[in-house]
Design a protein around this ligand. Structure first.
Ligand code: GRF
Length: 212
């Protein structure tokens, strides 16, 4: 399976995927990294791992669709089977999402369907939730709403602030994202007609890894 990772920033999830690729012997390979920002540190991480990089700056395109088309062409050129969004901070057009339906996953820092969108850690604290975490899900046209696959769960401590929570959630992201990719590579997870399957059975509730 040929994998591309789309990034915009630090790329700690990309690093976790690069490390796991070496350690876990996936039947997949990260063949390229695309960033919409030329100064994303994620690009350095890819270069250090000898992975091809492409900067496709959204600012260079007058319309979202044109930017997405440029990414699409690069992905096709690399022969990509799986697209991984790892801190990619652009909303994707419906056309792009349709083209990669069932072949594109994202990680979001909340227990979806709770807290779609931004500033999830602070919103969890404001609400006073007991649990928080992260979710790997297939990408569909609706933001942060595609079939959820695996979640990492942390308990919110009394003295947590948005930074301490973010740190613990991030650590869990680095565990669950490579796990999902391994499962997709070995077909433990599959996507059929808008539904995610685990070992051939529909995932009605995402699997959970709890770190208390
Ligand atoms: C992560 O918190 C992820 O959940 C969100 O963007 C952040 C990316 O972090 N989608 P990094 O660039 O992988 O360090």
């Amino acid at each position: 399976m040929k994998i591309a990772v789309l990034v915009s920033g630090n790329g700690s999830n990309l690093q976790a995927l690069i490390d796991a690729q070496c350690m876990q012997h996936w039947s997949g390979e990260i063949v390229g990294v695309i960033s919409n920002k030329a100064d994303a540190y994620a690009l350095e991480r890819a270069k250090q791992a000898n992975i091809e990089t492409q900067v496709i700056e959204h600012k260079a395109y007058p319309h979202r669709e044109m930017f997405d088309d440029a990414m699409h062409h690069q992905l096709i050129q690399w022969g990509v089977d799986l697209v991984i969004l790892a801190g990619f901070m652009r909303i994707l057009s419906e056309k792009f999402v349709k083209a990669w339906e069932g072949k594109m996953i994202n990680i979001h820092p909340s227990l979806l369907p709770l807290y779609k969108g931004m500033h999830t850690h602070q919103r969890v604290l404001n609400t006073g939730d007991v649990f928080h975490g992260c979710t790997v899900h297939y990408v569909t046209a609706e933001l942060d709403a595609g079939p959820a696959l695996l979640q990492g769960v942390v308990k919110v401590a009394q003295n947590d602030n948005a930074n301490t929570l973010a740190k613990r959630v991030h650590e869990l992201e680095h565990l669950i994202y490579p796990q999902v990719v391994e499962w997709i590579c070995n077909q433990t997870i599959q996507y059929q007609s808008g539904q995610a399957l685990f070992k051939g059975k529909p995932i009605s509730k995402p699997l959970q890894l709890c770190q208390m």
